[in-house]
Design a protein around this ligand. Structure first.
Ligand SMILES: *Cc1c(COP(=O)(O)O)cnc(C)c1O
Length: 409
């Protein structure tokens, strides 16, 4: 993304052209960035045995899944619907890992039918259910336990799923006894160990502790002659949302990981989502109105919390830039949408260039957990998704119509 002659381009396409042709709000993604991040992971592993399972929940558009499948990616899924999407996009089931704390019998059976690579299991009742479903199909299910390494979040606030009090995983102190029971099931092959301790991780240090704990666990399990051959170290690498914020380079993160695992003959699996797609996406929106309440300035735009819920849900920051560079004065304003909720904001108390009705803005770093979490709240059709490739672009999901809104009612 860069300005040329004061006009914002994504790759070689002026974003204003896309807005003019397809309307606003709209999501726009750059394929070069998505593939670049994926390749950065691939290259960092080099000859170390590994499988990158892109977390489809970050952005599950078929065109994006297809782009990654063709580049050789596997997938981490958290529902039957995501498996359906991955298969529709041409994903290889032999590279699919099924994660999640509440998989239903129907979802598990669908995944067994498709012969996916494996299941990351989060409880003993889940193991029993998979065993019985596998028995009925006459197959063996390859499983890993998702363990909770209990890495202290108090000093690392971005790590939010890896503590005992969280609903995820099996406590690492109980892992060995659960593996002991897992091996008694006739139709399960406990061949992996997995963890995923949270998202938007900007500090490698706590991850090093996690890698150590996980390798040590794998070694202990093998000593008990469990057939452990892979170590799934989850996703979670962060991206810069604030201007000036930095995230660990993918290569540094993976090199540190490989160093910790070296010498143990374990295939490394990872499940990155955000770090592959977040920076590739923008939400383009048009200014509808300006207004001042007392001393407070509002920029009212045509995108809202139903299109991008992250600011409302997590108070997350997204950098906002104008599509046409201006030397207008700076203002401090809340950027808000049309939805009837005070929580409907895209930015608060934001210093930004003075903008006027009709102006176009790009809400940056919106490629992950953006469209996938969009809703029809306030009967708003969801926006289109557009993929830029060099100097071309194509609609990879149409804007919804009013008829789409009432389908099924
Ligand atoms: C959400 C999730 C991921 C992806 O996390 P990112 O922060 O997007 O990289 C990976 N694995 C599991 C189990 C998840 O729930």
């Amino acid at each position: 993304m860069q300005y040329r002659d004061q006009t914002l381009y994504l790759e070689d396409v002026p974003l204003a052209d896309i807005a003019k042709r397809h309307g606003t709000p709209c999501y726009v993604y750059t394929s070069a960035s998505i593939l670049g991040k994926f390749q950065a992971y691939e290259q960092a592993f080099g000859s170390v045995p590994h499988q990158i399972c892109y977390a489809a929940k970050a952005n599950g558009n078929l065109a994006i899944l297809k782009l990654l499948a063709e580049a050789g990616a596997g997938f981490d899924i958290v529902s039957g619907g995501e498996l359906f999407r991955v298969l529709k996009a041409g994903g290889d089931p032999a590279k699919v890992i099924f994660s999640g704390v509440g998989k239903t019998a129907a979802e598990l059976d669908y995944a067994l039918e498709q012969n996916i690579r494996g299941f990351n299991c989060e409880s003993e009742p889940e193991l029993a259910l998979i065993d019985s479903l596998a028995a009925r199909r006459g197959v063996k299910a390859r499983i890993a336990l998702r363990v909770n390494p209990d890495v202290d979040a108090s000093t690392h606030p971005y790590i939010s799923t890896g503590l005992r009090k969280h609903k995820f995983g099996i406590d690492i102190s109980e892992a060995e006894s659960v593996y002991g029971r897992a091996r008694t099931f006739q139709n399960l092959v406990p061949e992996g160990v997995s963890c995923h301790i949270g998202s938007q991780i900007l500090d490698i240090q706590p991850m090093l502790e996690v890698f150590d704990k996980m390798v040590a666990l794998a070694v202990r399990l093998r000593a008990q002659s469990l057939p452990i051959r892979s170590l799934d170290l989850g996703g979670g690498l962060g991206v810069p949302y604030h201007k000036g914020e930095t995230a660990p380079p993918i290569a540094d993160y993976i090199h540190a990981m490989c160093q910790k695992v070296a010498g143990h003959e374990l295939e490394i699996l990872i499940e990155p989502g955000r770090s592959i797609v977040a920076e590739a996406g923008l939400l383009v929106t048009r200014v509808l109105y300006r207004k001042t309440n007392g001393k407070k300035e509002f920029v009212i735009v045509d995108a809202a919390m139903n299109d991008l819920i992250r600011p409302a849900l997590y108070h997350s920051h997204h950098h906002i830039v104008p599509l046409r560079q201006t030397d207008a004065d700076k203002i401090v304003a809340d950027v808000v949408g049309p939805i009837c909720e005070t929580g409907d904001f895209l930015a608060r108390e934001r210093e930004m260039p003075n903008v006027f009705p009709g102006d176009l803005l790009a809400i940056c770093t919106a490629g992950a957990y953006g469209f996938v979490a969009a809703s029809n709240y306030n009967a708003r059709p969801r926006p289109p998704e557009i993929l830029v490739e060099g100097d071309r672009h194509r609609v990879i999901r149409k804007r919804e119509t009013y008829e789409d809104l009432i389908r099924g009612e």
